[in-house]
Design a protein around this ligand. Structure first.
Ligand code: SF4
Length: 105
């Protein structure tokens, strides 16, 4: 299995395994993730992708944000949505974290 295939496979496992929890969270009107949450800090999450620490995350590109991340559970027009990395909470569509993975195009 190539690295790319393995990465895609793992994404499917993560997304598939948390789809139920994510949809339940959305139905209940989940709170937004705070940048000060321990998980958010460890992943370098920012609710505004333009505020990403580029010294710490030099691979971040200006075009990358939660709204076009493969893990984002919201619709394209949603301002926020669930992410399996933050169970029970929503991330901003304009946010970003170091686990960003582009949507398959
Ligand atoms: S960039 Fe992707 S993995 Fe990171 S918080 Fe946003 S939706 Fe989740």
């Amino acid at each position: 299995m190539s690295i790319t295939n393995r990465r895609t496979f793992m994404l499917h496992v993560v997304v598939g395994g948390s789809a139920i929890a994510a949809s339940q969270a959305m139905a209940q009107g989940s709170p937004l993730v705070a940048e000060t949450d321990a998980n958010a800090v460890s992943l370098g999450y920012k609710s505004d992708a333009t505020k990403v620490d580029l010294k710490k995350y030099p691979a971040h590109k200006p075009t990358q944000h939660c709204g076009n991340c493969a893990l984002f559970q919201g619709k394209a027009a949603d301002a926020d949505g669930a992410c399996p990395l933050f169970a029970g909470k929503h991330v901003s569509a304009k946010g970003w974290c170091s686990a960003y993975a582009p949507k398959a195009g």
